[in-house]
Design a protein around this ligand. Structure first.
Ligand SMILES: CC(C)(COP(=O)(O)OP(=O)(O)OC[C@H]1O[C@@H](n2cnc3c(N)ncnc32)[C@H](O)[C@@H]1OP(=O)(O)O)[C@@H](O)C(=O)NCCC(=O)NCCS
Length: 143
């Protein structure tokens, strides 16, 4: 398996995998193409995000997105995992773990203070990778 940075030509594959990730939001292809995907690719190129994909036999099988945020309280940047998805038929083969380990390696390289993740569905998955529970995650929706 290969883990590499996402590129603009990965749009179709990542949009397909996004369908496995979303639950409460419905992705809009036009917004993805015109706004969100190019912004994320740009943020990653500027070091403000980690946007990685996993490939197996030249086929994309997973992706991960984490945003790097400057903080005052931590005395440096924190890297927040926001999206992680693996093709449903190919789960349980270590792809998700490989993507998170790659993000953890990037966090060490960038000297981020910590890596965080809000999750409801996969807390045990993250515990298995060294994460521990620290706070409740609340949201206020604008729509
Ligand atoms: C979560 C997800 C990325 C895991 O990918 P994966 O490639 O199946 O993960 P791995 O094969 O590396 O699994 C590693 C371990 O975590 C466990 N695990 C996988 N998904 C899990 C989950 N959702 N909850 C708890 N444990 C999980 C596996 O059983 C495995 O355990 P083992 O080491 O004892 O065998 C994948 O299930 C997925 O895309 N889910 C839908 C989207 C999602 O929930 N994303 C995360 C939200 S933040």
């Amino acid at each position: 398996m290969t883990i590499r940075d996402a590129t603009p030509s990965d749009a179709d594959d990542i949009y397909r995998l996004l369908g496995w990730f979303v639950t409460s939001c419905r992705p809009d292809r036009a917004v993805f193409d015109d706004v969100t995907f190019p912004r994320i690719v740009e943020a990653a190129a500027e070091g403000r995000a980690e946007f990685l994909v996993a490939e197996q036999d030249s086929r994309m099988v997973g992706y991960v997105l984490a945003l790097r945020m400057p903080t005052l309280f931590a005395g440096g940047t924190i890297l927040e995992l926001l999206e992680l998805a693996v093709d449903a038929p190919l789960r349980g083969r270590g792809t998700g773990s490989a993507l998170i380990r790659a993000v953890q390696a990037r966090a060490l390289e960038a000297k981020d203070v910590e890596v965080t993740v809000p999750t409801r569905r996969a807390a045990d998955f993250y515990r298995g990778l060294g994460f521990h529970e620290t706070a409740a995650y609340l949201k206020w929706s604008t729509s």
